[in-house]
Design a protein around this ligand. Structure first.
Ligand code: CTP
Ligand code: MG
Length: 258
């Protein structure tokens, strides 16, 4: 108990001013090998604007997010700072740029290490998911504020999934060993949201290389919860994903009346 006066009532469940402050770490240091030759994936254009700028705006659009830490390609921090200066971004949000590492996990850790005190909730969001809607971002933050140590946006799978054994040799078939019940499987997206202390502990403890931060929290034995994901939060991975991303942007422009 303290004698502090109660904070003023929040105008919305996810206000930037009342509850714990939220920062977003954006790993953007990957090369984008599966997208094919060219600039690092996060710096490639979508609708004429770098994918990374879309991803930063998607985080900064949430009124709850007051700091965005961009983890740039290892030799690209200066270029990313120049990009941030060249694009309109909300005044209420602060930005930091740090160089990334060899793996996504290392890049996220470098972003976490750069986080100043005073942020109790951390989102980790792939630069490669530039079009996530703000409602999804806010739903993740809200679930962390409600007490979950780790939150992932998740969608049911469209395809049936098979578990296989490794092929006996090159060119040999992969034998199917199981067909997991699809109704119990989910495809997970970002932003994933965390209680900061939990995520820092996970990154300090778990040494296996993983592609998702929530799985590190699972390895600590803590419960990770899901909120509904969104089809527009898909990851740009292969060339066809760029076609889809351009189509989503074109639809938004049409709906916004441009
Ligand atoms: N990432 C990162 N540092 C790395 C590798 C990946 O920050 N060393 C980031 C990517 O920039 C991306 C996110 O992690 O925003 C998800 O990774 P992925 O989609 O695999 O991107 P890339 O690693 O760039 O692509 P690829 O695996 O095809 O090379
Ligand atoms: Mg990768």
């Amino acid at each position: 108990m303290t004698d502090d006066p109660l904070p003023p009532p929040s105008p919305s469940p996810v206000s930037g001013r009342t509850a714990a402050r939220t920062a977003a770490v954006i790993p953007a240091a990957g090369r984008g090998v599966r997208l094919g030759p060219g600039a690092p994936k996060a710096l490639r254009a979508l609708g004429g604007t770098p994918m990374l700028i879309h991803a930063i705006r998607a985080m900064a659009d949430s009124r709850a997010v007051s700091l965005v830490v961009v983890v740039a390609p290892p030799d690209g921090a200066a270029e990313v700072k120049t990009l941030l200066d060249a694009h309109a971004l909300p005044d209420r949000t602060d930005f930091l740029v740090v160089p990334g590492g060899e793996s996504r996990q290392e890049s996220v850790k470098l972003g976490l290490d750069a986080l100043p005190d005073g942020y109790d909730i951390v989102l980790v969001h792939d630069a490669a998911r530039p079009l996530v809607p703000v409602d999804t971002v806010d739903a993740v933050i809200e679930a962390v504020r409600d007490g979950a140590p780790a939150v992932v946006p998740a969608l049911p799978l469209a395809d049936t999934v098979k578990q296989v054994e490794p092929a006996a040799g090159p060119g040999e078939p992969e034998p199917v060993v199981a067909t997991p019940d699809r109704s119990l499987l989910r495809a997970v997206q970002t932003p994933q949201g965390f209680d900061r202390a939990t995520l820092v502990r996970a990154h300090g403890t778990v040494k296996d290389n993983v592609t998702d931060d929530a799985s590190m929290v699972e390895q600590l034995g803590l419960t990770v919860v899901t909120v509904p994901g969104h089809e527009e939060a898909f990851k740009v991975t292969r060339p066809l994903d760029l076609v889809l991303a351009e189509a989503v942007l074109a639809r938004r422009r049409l709906n916004d009346g441009f």
